[in-house]
Design a protein around this ligand. Sequence first.
Ligand code: ADP
Ligand code: ASP
Ligand code: MG
Length: 450
Amino acid sequence: MSLVIAKFGGTSVANYSAMVNCAKIVLNNPKTRLVVVSASSGVTNLLVELIRPSITDEDRVLRLTQIAAIQYEIIDRLPRSEVLIAQIDLLLSRVTHLSESLVLNRSKQLIDELLSIGEQCSSLLFSYVLRQQGLVAEKFDVRDVMRTDSHFGKAEPQLTDIFERSNELLRPLLEETVIVTQGFIGANHDGITTTLGRGGSDYSAALLAEALNAETVEIWTDVAGIYTTDPRLAPNARAINEISFNEAAEMATFGAKVLHPSTILPAVRKGIQVFVGSSKAPDDGGTWIRNQIDHSPTYRAIAIRKDQTLLNLHSFDMLHTHGFLADVFAILARHKISVDLITTSEVNVSLTLDKTGSDSSGQQLLSSTLIEELERHCDVKVETNLCLVALIGNKIPSTTGICSRVFEVLADFNVRMSSFGASEHNLCFLVSDHDAAHVVDALHRNLFES
Ligand code: ADP
Ligand code: ASP
Ligand code: MG
């Protein structure tokens, strides 16, 4: 049986009428047997606010009320079900209890349990909406199959376990009914809840697709595909019909929020095509991400990643010696920090740090212990409020004239650092947060609209 997995993001399951749009998409394609949902829009952010150490009692009550209101807007539009109400109320009381416990014990394990409740609610509610629309549908707890390590906040999926368990526990159910399950969450070896990091539901869907050998993963969101840049930044951005795995992976890595950066990996491993479209306007088409595509333009898209940190390391020990970079990278590796761009001179190294992989609770990656460890080797300067802009395309380093064209557009901006030549698919640079939107707009107008 060829299987399509549909993933619906937060805005797609934000409320009852959005859920009905998604239900129609599922109804329209009998191959869609597995549905992966995010928490309803805003819920994960509200849960993250509940774990802020400085939250007041008044704010906590307000957030709890807001979370409950999102669930009840949906419940109230469904035929009355005491079972559903009891299940949602139980989850909401768990939110209250966990948010109170976290005041005394800020355990990462409890934080993940709290954050998982958004997806637990939305999957339950969506299974009821599907039934109301006439489908045979059941909720399935993804924690029974999505085995991860115990790195709470950004847990690593354990592929062999996931494949085995999905085929044993999930596949037989798909024969009988449409299954609705949760994105973003998993469980470790002891069954304790973990999360895959913010935006991780796309990744969950791709992992399940890999495990079950799906034909297609559909990522239904609030835009009709992957655009030449974030449509919120450039009014003339246009949807891309077809894009390669490599290009899509670069876009996701460099901040195109429409896809979680890890989503493409499972799809590449099994050659599963990915479709991105709008759940509000499914007939508007979208983007197909495939291994083989017909057209590979030099300029494909511009991605932007905010909140970048630049680490400047200075040491005279670097001059004509060896091992300095190895020491620095060993420290960063120990702190599970991944580095994006790097430039070096005789006595300086500049690195940008990847915050996309930050954990679900948005915890600061650059801890004081890390800085202290680095300071044992060199002088450390940290610059923040920076933005990474990446021009993505094909054969970029081997195409004559790209650099001059790009830097001509950037003439009026202060480019803090740049990287060119390492990848076939990108040219990226760092600018201030303040300039970023203007830079993207100028580049888009010059490279994509002329
Ligand atoms: P979901 O909740 O469905 O996972 P996200 O908010 O995570 O949705 O991702 C969709 C958003 O990604 C869009 O609303 C858009 O603003 C943003 N985005 C950033 N870059 C792009 C791009 N190149 N193409 C389309 N959307 C983009
Ligand atoms: N609900 C989670 C988040 O908001 C996961 C997701 O939406 O993909 O980050
Ligand atoms: Mg998303």
